[in-house]
Design a protein around this ligand. Structure first.
Ligand code: PYC
Length: 394
C-alpha cells in the first residue's frame, strides 16, 4: 500500500498525524507539485480518530459557513473512490436526525432552512414519512420520548473509514510522500518567529512548514511551539454488534437521546453516543457507556433487544467552545499550520480540509472556504456555533 522510505533530514512540509486529515493534506500537496512532504505518526496509520469514528458523512450543519464547508466534503467523498483508485464504499443511503421534543423540532427547522438556503438537500419530515423510510424504528407512543419529526438529509451516509485512510496513504505514496508511522514528535524548534525543525524519536528533521493534524492530541503538539489552544479533549465511545440480516438502510441519529445507529454492508450495527462528560486522553471504553447506549438504542429499535455486542472502543475528540474546527495559519508563528478542533466531526471533513489546507500551505493564501475557521475568531468574537448540529457532542 505504501513503501518504507528513509527519513530524510529535511522536508518542505512535515505533517504530524497520519489520519485522514494528515494524509489528505499530504496527497493534495503532492498533487499540487509540492515536493518533500512527509507524514509522521506516533502509532500506526489511522490509529487515532480516523480508525475509531462511526464513519458518518453529512453536510446538514447549522451555520452557513459550516454547511458550505461540509458540502464540499460530501462532494469530494462522492468522487473519492475514482480519485484515489480505491473503493471507499461510500453509501449515500440518507441520514435522519430525529427530534423527540418541540424544542428539538425547532432546532431542526432552523437547520433545514439554512441547509436549503445553502443548496443542501435537507428537510423536515413527520412520523408517517419516517415510518415509511425506516420501518424498524419504533414510531409509536410507547417510548418515553416518542419520535415527533426528523431532519431528512438524503445525501448523507456512511463510508468505510479504513479504506479512506488506506486509499489516501496509497495515493500519497505514489506521488512521493514519505509516510513514517511509529515516529513520535517530541519537540518543535522555533527561531525568530518561524518553525525550523521537528524533533522525533527517529531523528531530527529540518522543516519548511509544519501542519498539526493530530485531532485529540493537537493541544500537546501546539504546546511544543508555545501555543495554547481553546480546546479540551473528551473521549467518544462506540460499539458494534454481531452481523444481522439487513434491516436498516438509513443513518439514524437522535438529537435528544444522543445516540446514532447505522448498519454496515457486513450487517453489523455501528452505534455511538455523546462525548463522555469529562476530559481525558484515555482510549478505554466503559460499562456506563454500554448500558446507556444500549438503553437509548432500544428506545428507537426494540427489535435489537436480543442482539449481542461484538466490541466497544473509544476515541478522543478535540472540542472547541463553538463546536467548529480551527484551520489556518497562526499569527506571529510563520510556517505553523493548524487543522484541529474537529470534535466529533473530523472524519467527514477529511477530504475538504486536506484539499484546502494544501492550498493554503502551497500558495500562502487562505482559501475563502476556510477563512471563517481561523484561530483569530476567538480573539475577534466571531464564533461559529455548531452545537445544534452536534447531536452527539454534548
Ligand atoms: O457529526 O454525524 C456526526 C457524528 C456522528 C458521530 C460522531 N459525529
Amino acid at each position: 500500500m505504501w513503501r518504507p522510505r528513509p527519513l530524510r533530514p529535511r522536508y518542505d512540509v512535515v505533517i504530524i498525524g497520519a489520519g485522514v486529515h494528515g494524509l489528505a493534506s499530504a496527497y493534495d500537496l503532492a498533487k499540487r507539485g509540492v515536493w518533500g512532504v512527509v507524514v509522521l505518526d506516533k502509532s500506526y496509520l489511522g490509529a487515532g480518530a480516523s480508525g475509531r469514528n462511526t464513519a458518518i458523512i453529512r453536510s446538514n450543519y447549522r451555520t452557513p459557513e459550516g454547511v458550505a464547508f461540509y458540502d464540499e466534503s460530501v462532494k469530494l467523498y462522492e468522487g473519492l473512490s475514482a480519485e484515489l483508485g480505491y473503493n471507499v464504499l461510500f453509501s449515500q443511503q440518507g441520514h435522519l436526525t430525529l427530534a423527540h421534543t418541540d424544542s428539538a423540532v425547532n432546532g431542526l427547522m432552523v437547520r433545514a432552512e439554512i441547509n436549503q438556503l445553502c443548496g443542501v438537500d435537507s428537510r423536515i419530515i413527520w412520523r408517517d414519512e419516517i415510518k415509511a423510510l425506516v420501518p424498524a424504528l419504533d414510531c409509536s407512543d410507547r417510548p418515553r420520548y416518542p419520535v415527533v419529526a426528523a431532519l431528512y438529509h438524503p445525501p448523507g451516509g456512511i463510508v468505510r473509514h479504513d479504506a479512506v485512510v488506506w486509499g489516501y496513504a496509497r495515493a500519497a505514496d505514489r506521488l512521493g510522500v514519505g509516510i513514517h508511522t511509529f515516529t513520535e514528535v517530541t519537540g518543535i524548534d522555533v527561531a525568530q518567529g518561524r518553525v525550523t525543525a521537528v524533533r522525533t524519536t527517529q531523528g531530527d528533521i529540518q522543516a519548511g512548514a509544519v501542519l498539526n493534524a493530530t485531532a485529540g492530541f493537537c493541544s500537546t503538539i501546539a504546546k511544543m511551539v508555545g501555543l495554547r489552544l481553546p480546546i479540551t479533549t473528551h473521549p467518544l465511545q462506540a460499539l458494534v454488534t454481531e452481523p444481522l440480516t439487513a434491516f436498516l438502510d438509513k443513518v439514524i441519529v437522535s438529537a435528544n437521546l444522543h445516540v446514532y445507529v447505522s448498519q454496515t454492508d457486513r450487517g453489523e450495527c455501528v452505534i455511538g453516543s455523546e462525548i463522555d462528560p469529562y476530559t481525558s486522553y484515555s482510549h478505554r471504553s466503559t460499562l456506563p457507556f454500554l448500558e446507556s447506549t444500549a438503553h437509548h438504542t432500544l428506545e428507537l429499535f426494540p427489535c435489537l433487544r436480543h442482539v449481542r455486542v461484538l466490541r466497544q472502543w473509544a476515541g478522543i475528540c478535540d472540542m472547541t467552545p463553538d463546536y467548529s474546527p480551527i484551520m489556518g495559519d497562526v499569527p506571529g508563528l510563520r510556517g505553523f499550520y493548524l487543522d484541529v478542533g474537529w470534535g466529533t466531526y473530523g472524519f467527514k471533513a477529511g477530504p475538504v480540509s486536506g484539499r484546502r489546507m494544501a492550498e493554503l500551505i502551497a500558495t500562502g493564501r487562505t482559501p475563502e472556504l476556510i477563512k471563517p475557521f481561523s484561530i483569530t475568531r476567538f480573539h475577534d468574537g466571531r464564533l461559529l456555533g455548531e452545537k445544534a448540529a452536534a447531536a452527539v457532542s454534548h
